[in-house]
Design a protein around this ligand. Structure first.
Ligand code: HEM
Length: 122
């Protein structure tokens, strides 16, 4: 009786080991083969090509934003914000040109307009 039990449990043990081995061979995780999307790199020259109120990109903290849709809503006078279209504008954004930073709300808004990272000139 004990011998039968021993043989039976050994058999069950090895079946389980084999089953586990099979899952490793045949089971592939859902995200296998998924390639992470790389973010678009925008050069300073490309950035400079979007310098009008209707087509306005700004690079802030290394990230490029297409803020064209937001500009009509921006609370300052247009002549304060428009000269920064097509430019590296981190300092202007961080000081509002008067030594005061934008609020966290503005940061959240800005993030929605992210279109890529500022690259180096070729
Ligand atoms: C880089 C050039 C920019 C300059 C020079 C600038 C300057 C200003 C100024 C003068 C004001 C009004 C006065 C004040 O609130 O103190 C203001 C307010 C504001 N701006 Fe800008 N701005 C710039 C870009 C942006 C961008 C790209 C966004 C968002 C997409 C933005 C969002 C806001 C918001 C939400 C306010 C209301 C007050 C606050 O939340 O700080 N601004 N900005």
């Amino acid at each position: 009786m004990t011998r039968k039990l021993f043989i039976y449990s050994t058999l069950v043990f090895w079946i389980m080991v084999a089953g586990f081995g099979m899952t490793q061979v045949f089971w592939t995780p859902d995200d296998a083969g998924v390639v992470q999307a790389r973010e678009t790199i925008i050069t300073p020259a490309e950035l400079a090509g979007h310098a009008t109120p209707e087509d306005c990109w700004m690079a802030i903290r290394g990230v490029v934003h297409d803020v064209s849709a937001y500009l009509p809503e921006h609370p300052s006078r247009p002549d304060i914000v428009l000269p920064w279209c097509g430019k590296e504008s981190t300092e202007a954004y961080e000081t509002k040109m008067k030594g005061r930073p934008h609020t966290p709300y503005a940061d959240e808004l800005l993030a929605k307009y992210r279109i890529g990272m500022l690259g180096k000139a070729p």
